[in-house]
Design a protein around this ligand. Structure first.
Ligand SMILES: Nc1ncnc2c1ncn2[C@@H]1O[C@H](COP(=O)(O)OP(=O)(O)OP(=O)(O)O)[C@@H](O)[C@H]1O
Length: 275
């Protein structure tokens, strides 16, 4: 499906979004605009509502109030790719890597109607893009976490989405794989003009690729550039414990130390939510 997406207009916008689960107010007033090709890191403590925010954008749950707008598209089904946390698979699962990627075609209107040769070609192109050709014919249950993540990313991108939502894709990955996955997503996002919202607890691999950072806590959000948010003072204030941001060889590194005492500053939100 070809959709007209303007670079000057947000692809996704959330306007005063509020979400409760029963009496539990998870998101109080979220405002956000995500532009085409923009890479946003979504961070915040456990239970802050990061996955819930992704589900709202996916349309899986509806807000109590506020508006969520996805470009001008009427049919958003194929416009959003979603990568869940790693799969928990039985090692005996008969599905091969390339079958998992092909499943991404079946969720859209032309998946089954695609000529088998064209279908195979599309799957091969995606496997090459995520550098997964060498293990594409292995049963997915026997692949490593990093290999499975590459396949899930290929699956989510095969229907040419305009927005990619990734929910903690780095959990269970080693440092090298984490950096590789982040670089891969950032590269494909920029090449194809895909907006990315990337949920993570490990911020370090994202520091060089994020355009902006969205921090969720206590139902509210703070958004800013990496330089605005990644300061020891700001992160310590947001998390409520000592977080140090160091510059080593020109690169930022975030170190969290929950046991340290820290002065929690009186103003809980150092930045206005700029959307
Ligand atoms: N379907 C649901 N029904 C009731 N409460 C829910 C539901 N889904 C999530 N919650 C609650 O909403 C809050 C936010 O959950 P969510 O999974 O969005 O947090 P998160 O920021 O992604 O957390 P984590 O970092 O631990 O993955 C939590 O307190 C959770 O228990």
């Amino acid at each position: 499906m070809s959709q007209k997406v303007s670079l000057n207009h947000p692809f996704v916008s959330l306007d005063h979004v509020k979400l409760n689960f029963g009496n539990h107010q998870v998101l109080k007033d979220i405002n956000l605009e995500v532009y085409p090709g923009e890479f946003i890191g979504l961070i915040g403590p456990n239970g802050a509502g990061k996955s819930t925010l992704l589900k709202l954008i996916l349309g899986l749950i509806r807000p109590q109030s506020g508006k969520i707008k996805i470009a001008d598209a009427k049919n958003t089904k194929n416009l959003i790719g979603y990568v869940p946390q790693r799969l928990n698979l039985d090692p005996q699962t008969p599905l091969r890597g390339r079958d998992l990627v092909a499943l991404g075609l079946d969720g859209n209107r032309w998946g089954f109607s695609l000529h088998p040769q064209k279908r195979k070609q599309k799957v091969n192109e995606m496997l090459e893009a995520v550098e997964a050709v060498s293990f594409a014919d292995s049963p997915i249950g026997r692949l490593s976490g990093g290999e499975q993540q590459r396949l899930l990313i290929a699956q989510s991108l095969i229907s040419s989405p305009k927005l990619l939502l990734l929910d903690e894709p780095l959990s269970n990955l080693d440092i090298k794989s984490s950096y590789e996955i982040v670089r891969l997503v950032a590269k494909l996002g920029k090449e194809q003009g895909i907006s990315v919202i990337f949920v993570t607890h490990d911020m370090n691999p994202l520091l060089e690729v994020m355009d902006r950072v969205l921090y969720l806590a206590d139902g509210n959000s703070v958004i800013g550039t990496v330089n605005e948010i990644f300061q020891s003072r700001v992160l310590s204030q947001l998390y409520g414990y000592k977080v140090e941001v160091l510059k080593v060889n020109g690169r930022l590194i975030v170190i969290g130390n929950e046991s340290s005492n820290v002065e929690v500053f009186s103003n809980p939100n150092p930045y206005e939510n700029k959307g």
